[in-house]
Unconditional design. Sequence first.
Length: 74
Amino acid sequence: MENRLMTSGEAATYLEVSRQQVHRLVQAGKLRAERAGEFLLFERGELEKYRSTPKSKGGRPKNYASPLARTALA
């Protein structure tokens, strides 16, 4: 497979996120990019690797009880 370079806009489309989210992923170190002047370029292989890794859904764990609920249960 060809490991071509993609712009941040193309990477965003490929990952189905916004360009801002792509830039946040780079800043967080979760996605690797090469800088070419003012542009960020992404290898398709890196994008595929990121896309295939399981992601956290965020939020609280299902067994989390808020501090108010814990005091009410006590």
